[in-house]
Design a protein around this ligand. Structure first.
Ligand SMILES: Nc1ncnc2c1ncn2[C@@H]1O[C@H](COP(=O)(O)OP(=O)(O)OP(=O)(O)O)[C@@H](O)[C@H]1O
Ligand SMILES: Cc1ncc(C[n+]2csc(CCOP(=O)(O)O)c2C)c(N)n1
Ligand SMILES: [Mg+2]
Length: 317
C-alpha cells in the first residue's frame, strides 16, 4: 500500500467544516479564522518508547497523540478548530493505521476538531500533531498571569497515568480493577476542553500538567514572578492511588506526569461559582495551595521544593 493510499483511506475525512477552504490534498491547507479571534497554535511529538510504551494499542496511540494537543488548547482557553498530523511508520500496516486513525477520529469528533493536512513517511514510529484553535482577541490564558493571593487549583485527579505506566512496565502491582483504571488513564487522558470557557472567565493563569504537578507549577510561578505554598494532603488522588503507601502515591501525583489535567490560579472569590459550574460539567476542581507574598519559590508543606521534580527528556545526559 502506498503513502497516497494510506492518506486516501484513513486521513481524508469527509464532512469538512465551512472554516476549511482547502484541506487534505493540496500543498497546504487554507483556513478561515473567525472575525474578532486570534489563532492559537501548539505542536507535540509522540515517540514510541519515549511517550508511550511500544506495546500500546494503535487506537490509544491515535487518541492520546491528539488528546495531549487538545489539552494544550484547553490550557490556553482556546476553542479547537483544526489539526495537522505528521506520521512516521516503520511499515505500511493497514490494520495498525486504521486503528490509529479510528482512535484519533473518535476524539476529534467529540471535540469538533478537523484534520486538515499532514505528512506520511517511513521511519521510526513517531506521531506529531499540531493543533489550531482560536480565542477572542486578547483573551488567551497565559502561564504568566498568576497574582498574589490567588488560589491554586487542579482538575480531576493526579498520578493515575504515572501509576499506569509503572503497571505496564511491571514496576508496580495493583489489584486488577485499579491497575486497569490507571492504565486506561495513561492511554486515554481526558483533555479538559469543556472547562475552557469557564477558565477564560475566572482563571488568572493556566497550563496543563504534562511533566508533573510540581515541575509544571514552577513554570507558572517563574513566568508570573510569584511564589506559592502547596499542601500535599490536598492533592486529589483516585481510589486506585489510595491503595498505595503515602510516599508512593505522592511520588506519582506530584511528579509522575502524563496527567493532562489543568493547573490554574484564580481569585478566591471565583472559587464557588467555578467549582459548581465545573461540577455540572462532570469535572472536579480541587484547591491545592495558594500564591503567597513571596516573589519566588515553592513551599511544599513548609519545605522548599528542590525544583527538579518532573519528567525531563535529557535528564540522564
Ligand atoms: N524546538 C522548539 N522550537 C521552538 N519553540 C519550542 C521548541 N520546543 C519547545 N518550544 C516552545 O517552548 C515552550 C515549552 O515547550 P514544552 O514542550 O516544554 O512545553 P509544553 O508544550 O507546554 O508541554 P508539553 O509538550 O509537555 O505539552 C513552548 O512555548 C514551546 O512552543
Ligand atoms: C514509555 C514511556 N516512558 C515515559 C513516559 C512518561 N512521559 C514521557 S514524556 C512525558 C512528559 C510529557 O512529554 P513532552 O514534554 O514531550 O510533551 C512523560 C511524563 C511515557 N508516557 N511512556
Ligand atoms: Mg511541548
Amino acid at each position: 500500500m502506498s503513502e497516497f493510499d494510506l492518506i486516501r483511506d484513513y486521513f481524508r475525512w469527509g464532512g469538512s467544516p465551512d472554516s476549511v477552504r482547502v484541506g487534505v490534498g493540496d500543498d497546504a491547507a487554507i483556513l478561515r479564522v473567525p472575525q474578532g479571534c486570534e489563532l492559537v497554535v501548539s505542536v507535540d511529538t509522540f515517540n514510541a518508547g519515549i511517550h508511550f510504551p511500544h506495546e500500546t494499542p494503535p487506537h490509544a496511540i491515535g487518541y492520546k497523540a491528539l488528546a495531549v494537543n487538545l489539552s494544550d488548547l484547553a490550557a490556553m482557553g482556546a476553542t479547537p478548530a483544526w489539526f495537522t498530523l505528521a506520521i512516521s511508520l516503520p511499515q505500511a500496516d493497514t490494520h495498525w493505521v486504521a486503528e490509529l486513525a479510528r482512535g484519533m477520529r473518535e476524539l476529534a469528533q467529540q471535540h469538533n476538531i478537523f484534520l486538515v493536512g499532514g505528512d506520511t513517511t517511513r521511519g521510526a514510529l513517531s506521531i506529531t500533531v499540531q493543533v489550531m484553535g482560536f480565542v477572542p482577541c486578547g483573551a488567551g490564558l497565559l502561564r504568566s498571569h498568576a497574582q498574589h493571593g490567588d488560589l491554586i487549583a487542579v482538575s480531576g485527579t493526579l498520578g493515575d497515568a504515572a501509576a499506569g505506566l509503572a503497571v505496564v512496565q511491571q514496576r508496580l502491582q495493583l489489584p486488577t480493577a485499579a491497575a486497569d483504571y490507571c492504565v486506561h488513564r495513561l492511554n486515554y487522558p481526558t483533555p479538559r476542553n469543556p472547562l475552557s470557557d469557564l477558565l477564560l472567565q475566572y482563571a488568572h493563569a493556566c497550563m496543563d500538567i504534562s511533566d508533573g504537578l510540581v515541575a509544571d507549577l514552577e513554570h507558572i510561578l517563574r513566568a508570573s514572578g510569584v511564589g506559592a505554598r502547596l499542601d500535599r494532603e490536598l492533592v486529589p488522588c483516585s481510589a486506585a492511588l489510595q491503595l498505595m503507601s503515602e510516599a508512593q502515591r505522592l511520588n506519582f501525583a506530584l511528579s509522575g506526569g502524563d496527567d493532562y489535567e489543568l493547573l490554574f490560579t484564580l481569585p478566591s472569590s471565583a472559587l464557588p461559582v467555578l467549582t459548581r459550574a465545573a461540577g455540572s460539567l462532570g469535572v472536579r476542581i480541587t484547591v491545592i495551595g495558594q500564591v503567597d507574598e513571596m516573589q519566588q519559590g515553592l513551599l511544599i508543606n513548609h519545605r522548599f521544593s528542590d525544583g527538579r521534580r518532573g519528567y525531563e527528556h535529557f535528564s540522564s545526559e
